[in-house]
Structure formats: structure tokens, C-alpha cells
Design a protein around this ligand. Structure first.
Ligand code: UGA
Length: 444
């Protein structure tokens, strides 16, 4: 593995991006911001029309500004997918969906289709780069699908968190490039000139594995602290103190040690299962990854049991937050919606507020326009997404409309002092206070 140090000024390159989801749009807008000429393509006619007018279909901090900037300066354009659009590109990023199958394997049909479609139109010496998460070995398959000896294939996995994807792109911890040819690696590294970061160059399979391993490791770290949190509740310790105490050891580090309702989103669940699948098909034992997934399920179960215990035989509860985390409208694999479904299955109506989440209506779930309105007549409130605005909700108003007085704050958002002053009882995960309720029976 080689490290290329900090990079110099940008030499503009013609870039193509196939797919304008969270990853493709961020990559395209950020590369245009760095000075490259970027064409983003998609099959969705309406989406392309909206993007051409600077309307972006997702909630992502700072992305609208970069898209507007790129459109205005003429460095960023959006086109319906047609192979000719890619014919003038030096580098083409594949940012396509790779849906997960039931067994944990990924469906690469969108990638295969796009590659086969583009193949005959790419200019010689072009580099085709896999950007969204793909199974280890995909670069080799892309090479076969392309069937072009004069076109290069490389891996450049993304490490973009939804909600701060633009910042993660422009201030990355590192850029990872997997390429078999040094010249190709150098061209991709140069694309990122202007970013003050190290570039890690390795082979394509290792680059693909770095992505899986990074996500599975971070997910395991969260599963671990959630597990310690459950233990803290049982023995009267405070998980935030424990997280600070272990996180100050540089070998462990303070990041990703926040307890919560469990990890969700489109990445950690998918990549953890993907790694477990990869281990299984290669006949390699991977008990850590498997346990991390199981422990994450246990955490949601723990939140469910805590809520049931706190609210007793309730008709309705309020839920603040539906997105899998704050800063995004994404509800894929959201612990909040999984909890809502379980409460509904137990005969409890769920009144959800979320400032941005996009989710389809579901039986037993009522979406309301304000955080206070969600609490109208409910036995208890559970906070599932850490939207900062929940810190400022009028808790007196909340208490006055609630039938009960309990708040299960799974995200540490509610101000404890103001809650007490309003007559609310707040139970947080991994804290001694939750232990006080541990003896109460769990309702079936
Ligand atoms: C994750 C990775 O962090 C990115 O580096 C990666 O590029 C991305 O997946 C991807 O593969 O595309 P993301 O899923 O957007 O990013 O969200 P994170 O901020 O990593 O959070 C994942 C989950 O862990 C969320 O449910 C979040 O609430 C939870 N979490 C995170 C915790 O419960 N505790 C923490 O301390 C941190």
C-alpha cells in the first residue's frame, strides 16, 4: 500500500458520473467544485429535469449550493443517460444502486447494464471507477463486462456520511484508490488535488475490502458501546462516562461511541450483511460481524422493551424522528420505523414527527406536523432521531398535551433540567436512571 502525500493544484479533467443518488450527486458536485468539468447522468427523466434547474431531490447539507455553483459556472451538467455523453470523459464514476439480496449478496445488475451500455462509447485510456459499495472482486467483473483492453478499471470507494457528505468529500480522512496500473492511480489521485489529505493506493480488491471493513468495523464499534450501555443500565453505570473513558485511549478513539437505538441506513446494515455473506460463501468464519448484527437487533429490542415498560398498557405513543439519523431524509433501515412497526403490531398507535424524513404511509402510524402535536394524548414519547431542533421544543407544552409523563430519549437530545421542570420523566439509554425501571414487568 502506498501513500501519496498532500496533493497540489487541480488540473481540470472531464468527468462522467453514472447515477445521481446520494453518492453520485455529491461526487459530481464536489468534483465540479474542485474545478473539473462534470457530467452527471441518470435514467430518471424528472430527476434530470429538476437537477438542471438546481432542484435537488434529497436533503444533504451544502449540496444545493454546490450544484447551483456548478450549474452557474458551467462546470456541472446533468444529462439523461446516453452513452455518447460519456464518450468525451477521461474518468467515469459508477455510482449506481447495488440493492442487497435476502442472503446478503448484492445485485449488480444496474452496474453490469450501465457498463455494457457504455462500453462501445468510451474513449481509449478512459478510467471506469466503481464508487458506490460493490462486492470484493467487482473491478475484475467490470473489466470483463467492458471487454475493452484500452479502458482502465479502478476502485475508489466513498466514505461519505449522509447529512455531511459534502464535508466528508471535501475534507476526507483519506482517499483510497485501488488500481493495478500506477499511471491510472496517479491520474485518479490528481483528480483529488486540492483536498488536503493522504491518498492510499492499493490493488482493487483491497480497496473494495477497505470499504466493507471500515463500515463493518464502525458498526461493530457502535454495537459494542450499545452492549456496554445495556450492561451499564443493569449495574448502575453511565455509558457516556464509559465512552469518554475508553475513547480517550487513542487506540480506541472517541468517534462512533454514541449509544442510540442501533445503527441503520443504507450502508452499515448492508455492508455488515455483505461481509458476513462473503465470509460464508468463502467458508470463512466471521463471528464478530455476525454478532455485531445480532447485537444491533438486540439494541432495538431493548428500546422496544424499555418503551413498553415505561408506557404500560398504552393506546398511543409519540415518536420524534423517523430518519435513520439526523441531517437526512433517508429512512432506509431506520430503527425508528422498525420500532414504530413493532409498537403498531402490539396495538399501539404511533404519532410520528420528523422535519425531513421521506417514508410511505403505514398502518397505525400517523405523521403529524409538529413535535408538540405528536404528543397529543399519548402515554409516552420516544426520541429516535437526534434532530437538533428537538432540544428547543417547548417541554411545558409537550407535558400539557400528553396523557402520561414519560420520555424515552434514545438519542440524548432532550434537556434533562427543562424536562424535570416541565414535570416529565426522562429515561436515557445506558444510564443509571433506566435501571430504576428495570424491575417493572415488561408487557407482552
Ligand atoms: C456510513 C459511513 O459512516 C460512511 O463513511 C460511509 O461512506 C457510508 O456509510 C456508506 O457506506 O456510504 P452513513 O450510513 O451515512 O455513513 O451514516 P453514519 O453517520 O455512519 O451512521 C450510521 C448509523 O450509525 C446511523 O444509524 C447512526 O445513527 C448510527 N450511529 C453512528 C450511532 O448509533 N452511534 C454513533 O456514535 C455513530
Amino acid at each position: 500500500m502506498d501513500h501519496i502525500g498532500e496533493l497540489g493544484p487541480v488540473d481540470p479533467v472531464q468527468v462522467g458520473v453514472i447515477g445521481t443518488g446520494y453518492v453520485g450527486l455529491t461526487v459530481g458536485a464536489c468534483l465540479a467544485h474542485l474545478g473539473h468539468r462534470v457530467t452527471c447522468t441518470d435514467v430518471d427523466v424528472e430527476k434530470v429535469a429538476a437537477l438542471r434547474q438546481g432542484r435537488i431531490p434529497i436533503v444533504e447539507d451544502g449540496l444545493d449550493t454546490l450544484v447551483a455553483e456548478g450549474l452557474e459556472q458551467g462546470t456541472l451538467s446533468f444529462e439523461l443517460v446516453h452513452p455518447e455523453a460519456l464518450g468525451r470523459c477521461d474518468v467515469v464514476f459508477l455510482c449506481l444502486p447495488t440493492p442487497v439480496r435476502d442472503n446478503g449478496d448484492l445485485d449488480l445488475s444496474y452496474v453490469e447494464q450501465a457498463v455494457r451500455h457504455a462500453s462501445g462509447h468510451l474513449r481509449p485510456d478512459c478510467i471506469v471507477v466503481t464508487k458506490s459499495t460493490v462486492p470484493v472482486g467487482t473491478a475484475a467483473r467490470v473489466r470483463r463486462w467492458l471487454g475493452r483492453a484500452d479502458v482502465h478499471v479502478a476502485s475508489n470507494p466513498e466514505f461519505l456520511r449522509e447529512g455531511c457528505a459534502v464535508r466528508d468529500f471535501l475534507e476526507p480522512a483519506r482517499v483510497v484508490i485501488g488500481a493495478t496500473d500506477e499511471r491510472v492511480a496517479a491520474r485518479l489521485a490528481a483528480l483529488h488535488a486540492g483536498l488536503h489529505t493522504d491518498v492510499v493506493v492499493t490493488d482493487p480488491a483491497s480497496a473494495e475490502m477497505i470499504k466493507y471493513a471500515a463500515n463493518a468495523f464502525l458498526a461493530t464499534k457502535i454495537s459494542f458501546i450499545n452492549e456496554i450501555g445495556r450492561l451499564c443500565e443493569a449495574v448502575g453505570a453511565d455509558v457516556t462516562e464509559v465512552a469518554a473513558g475508553i475513547g480517550s485511549d487513542p487506540r480506541i478513539g472517541p468517534e462512533f461511541l454514541r449509544t442510540g437505538p442501533g445503527w441503520g441506513g443504507s450502508c452499515f446494515p448492508k455492508d455488515s450483511r455483505g461481509l458476513a455473506y462473503l465470509a460464508a460463501v468463502n467458508d470463512v468464519s466471521a463471528p464478530v460481524v455476525e454478532a455485531s448484527i445480532r447485537s444491533n437487533d438486540d439494541q432495538l429490542d431493548h428500546v422496544y422493551r424499555t418503551v413498553r415498560r415505561l408506557v404500560g398498557p398504552a393506546d398511543a405513543v409519540a415518536m420524534w424522528g423517523a430518519a435513520f439519523k439526523a441531517g437526512t431524509d433517508d429512512c432506509r433501515e431506520s430503527p425508528a420505523l422498525a420500532l414504530a412497526d413493532r409498537l403498531v403490531a402490539a396495538g399501539i398507535e404511533v404519532r410520528i414527527h420528523d422535519p425531513a424524513a421521506r417514508f410511505a404511509g403505514r398502518p397505525g402510524v400517523i405523521r403529524v406536523a409538529s413535535a408538540v402535536e405528536a404528543c397529543d394524548g399519548v402515554a409516552g414519547l420516544v426520541v429516535m432521531t437526534e434532530w437538533p431542533e428537538y432540544r428547543d421544543v417547548d417541554l411545558q407544552a409537550v407535558r400539557s398535551v400528553m396523557a402520561g409523563d414519560v420520555v424515552c430519549d434514545a438519542r440524548d437530545v432532550v434537556d434533562g433540567e427543562r424536562a424535570v421542570a416541565a414535570g416529565l420523566t426522562v429515561v436515557r439509554l445506558g444510564r443509571p436512571n433506566a435501571a430504576e425501571h428495570a424491575g417493572a414487568p415488561v408487557l407482552a
